[in-house]
Design a protein around this ligand. Structure first.
Ligand code: GAL
Length: 690
């Protein structure tokens, strides 16, 4: 079943912390929220001590009182389970619940997310608090849904407590059955790492050169992901016992070492994302760095969110400057940027947008994470911008449930993502090409999805899933199983176009490099053999590939190719010792075509692929949009809505080739039309356009 949020209309919300403010402020806050169009609030996700001030002593009065007010003013509530911040009494009494650094030092009280997922004690205490909260609050009419914990794996995404080491042994036993099988899969004969008892096995510990067995390291990430999912599911199962049919269960954020697709399928109704586009400004981190997509790059995270839940929520949308007192120094969003980022989320599939936070906190680590209100609580420009957003959205409410429309998808999978984290030949190449393709899709106005390959008990990617797209890009599937290769081949045979790149197919699922010609199981799909390869070391001459007289960059890594079995060489390398050797091979199988390019993909290389294969500017006959703007398309009831988002601090101009209506302003755009700085258009064709 599709794991999407189901909203009747595009709806606004905000994160609120009654425990941070005097009770006298609550009612005024709720009333002013309503005035600004806010209908839903998220509460309680860090309030464990309020509910359980001492072990086994539960008090509900505080939030009961607050919830009465939400009922009175018809504000709906998403209730957070408070497990991201275990109380001081708890960690003091049961230090085994704490997470530890790689050297075993425990993380102590003072910040948040200091617990581990595997401690039996923490799981027991979690069960108790969640059980009490769900039992007490599920029947409250204000509560429309539950948020489990807060941002799993944010702040810290590795776990080295005693409980984790133990659980890892259990995980490996379950996975491999015997020590012989484990030793074989993990290649422990190398450097004499052979295990003779399960007790000898640990997660990463301090090692010489800070490196470790790569196969164990990959398993470690799989194990961490499994631990989070099991912990999330523990809570979900409890809530499900008490919740009403209409209440949903979700969690927020996307972080590393977590298969969020599997977690959502198993435990949640949909995922929500926390969108802070200011993090993407390389310029604020390093003002001398040449500009890149900056906040527009955040569309990548939204694309990932959409791959989990086609319609999703934003639980935290940045509304002000960000920063802890101890780190992060973000500028305030410029006037118009909060609105732009709200529309960025909506353009990618968000039907619920909740701002972080109602009022800037006056205490604690986050005194510089600005909310909609300042410390002073006086009217300000962010609140008036919110009113504008609210007015705009009233014209777009009907968009809820509409789907982002893309004919192109970029394939991803967690095994390769996690393998590339330690593997310095794989990861940097992968990340370079992902950025290259994403940027190329953005500047060529090619709406693009991410498609995650899945092979689990909840979901196995099918050829139908792939066939939704005309073009699939899977640049560096270093780990490529035979099963995946069969799927990809079927996709091409049925008429799809597939692009693969250097370093494909030489590893197995444990990250080992079996004895077989490269690119392994991709050889048949792409009609290619890799005869030689090299990383392009620093200081080496730039390599190009000549494709129909056009020179394209062939950066980072080169696979020197040989076309086989009727496949055709389209481009040859220029430069280095393999000058003239095949660089790009085309293989027609069934009704489709597969391409193997023996290099990484820069933005300009990916742009050439999109243009030559006929995928660039798919809406070029309708409008001409400058590179600086993003185009996103949402579709509902056979009508397409074209979001054009201007991230620039100056006005830009587009050329609309058929009359279109901007749904927000109601004006007709025909010919040259302007978008203000940080402005947004939502265009649809007028009835007489066709
Ligand atoms: C999120 C988190 C919030 C708040 C916000 C601003 O990561 O969920 O609780 O910390 O960032 O830092």
């Amino acid at each position: 079943m599709e794991k999407s949020i189901r909203m009747e209309k595009t709806t606004l919300g905000v994160c609120y912390y009654p425990e941070h403010w005097p009770e006298e402020l609550w009612e005024d806050d709720l009333l002013r929220m309503k005035e600004h169009g806010i209908e839903i609030i998220r509460i309680a996700e860090f309030a464990w001590s309020v509910f359980e001030p001492n072990e086994g002593v539960y008090t509900f009065e505080f939030f009961d009182l607050f919830l009465e007010l939400t009922k009175k003013h018809n504000i709906k509530v998403i209730f957070g389970t408070p497990t991201a911040t275990p109380p001081a009494w708890l960690t003091h009494k049961y230090p085994e619940v704490l997470n530890a650094k790689v050297d075993g030092t425990l993380y102590r009280h003072g910040i948040r997310r200091h617990y581990n997922y595997n401690s039996p004690k923490y799981r027991e205490l979690t069960t108790k608090i969640v059980e009490r909260l769900a039992k007490h609050y599920c029947s409250h009419p204000s509560i429309i849904g539950w948020q489990i914990d807060n941002e799993f794996n944010c702040e810290v995404n590795v776990f080295y407590s005693e409980a984790d080491h133990k659980a890892f042994r259990y995980y490996l036993k379950k996975r491999f059955g015997t020590l012989d099988a484990l030793n074989e899969a993990m290649g422990t004969v190398f450097w004499n790492q052979t295990y003779t008892s399960w007790d000898e096995i640990y997660l990463t510990r301090p090692t010489v050169s800070n490196s470790t067995n790569p196969h164990m390291s990959l398993e470690e990430k799989r194990f961490i992901s499994e631990s989070v999912i099991s912990y999330c599911n523990l809570q979900a199962e409890i809530i499900k016992k008490y919740k009403t049919d209409s209440q949903f269960i979700t969690t927020n954020g996307l972080f590393d070492h977590l298969d969020s697709h599997e977690m959502t399928d198993l435990a949640l109704d949909f995922i929500t994302y926390d969108s802070y586009p200011n993090f993407a400004f390389d310029t604020w981190a390093d003002p001398k760095k040449p500009g890149n997509l900056n906040d527009r790059k955040w569309s990548r995270s939204l694309t990932k969110t959409r791959s989990i839940s086609p319609n999703f929520g934003i639980m935290e949308q940045q509304s002000g400057a960000g920063g802890w007192d101890s780190r992060m120094k973000q500028p305030a969003p410029k006037p118009g940027q909060m609105r732009l980022w709200t529309f960025q989320s909506i353009a990618h599939g968000a039907d619920f947008i909740s701002y972080f936070r109602w009022r800037t906190n006056w205490i604690g680590t986050e005194i510089y994470w600005h909310g909609l209100n300042d410390y002073s609580n006086l009217p300000n420009r962010r609140l008036s911008e919110l009113k504008t957003i609210f007015n705009d959205l009233q014209k777009l409410e009907f968009l809820a449930g509409s789907k982002y429309k893309a004919a192109v998808a970029y394939i991803k999978d967690y095994s390769n993502e996690w393998d590339g984290e330690q593997d310095q030949w794989h990861g940097p190449l992968d990340r370079f090409s992902e950025e290259g393709w994403f940027t190329a899709a953005q500047i060529n106005h090619v709406p693009m999805d991410y498609l995650y390959l899945r092979n689990s008990s909840t979901k196995k990617t099918s050829v139908e899933d792939l066939c939704k797209y005309k073009l699939l890009i899977y640049p560096h599937a270093t780990i490529l199983t035979e099963e995946t290769a069969i799927l990809l081949k079927e996709y091409v045979e049925q008429g799809g176009t597939l692009i693969m790149g250097a370093r494909t197919g030489y590893k197995d699922e444990f990250g080992r490099c079996p004895m077989r010609p490269m690119p392994g199981f991709a050889a048949e799909i792409c009609g290619v053999r890799v005869t030689d390869y090299t990383h392009l070391g620093p200081g080496e001459e730039a390599v190009f590939a000549a494709w129909d007289g056009e020179e394209i960059e062939a950066p980072i890594f080169n696979d020197i190719l040989e076309a086989r079995d009727g496949a055709k060489t389209l481009a040859a390398f220029k430069g280095n010792y393999y000058d003239g050797a095949p660089a790009l091979v085309e293989n027609k199988i069934g009704r489709g075509t597969a391409y193997y390019f023996g290099a990484g993909f820069s933005t300009s290389t990916a742009t050439v692929f999109l243009s030559k294969l006929g995928f660039a500017k798919p809406y070029g006959s309708m409008f001409e949009i400058p590179e600086q703007a993003e185009l996103a398309v949402r579709s509902k009831d056979n009508t397409d809505y074209y979001f054009v988002l201007n991230y620039m601090p100056y006005t830009i101009e587009l050329n609309v080739r058929i009359p279109m209506e901007d749904v927000i302003s109601g004006t007709i755009c025909n010919g040259k039309c302007k978008i203000d700085k940080y402005g947004v258009l939502v265009l649809k064709t007028t009835s007489d356009s066709w």
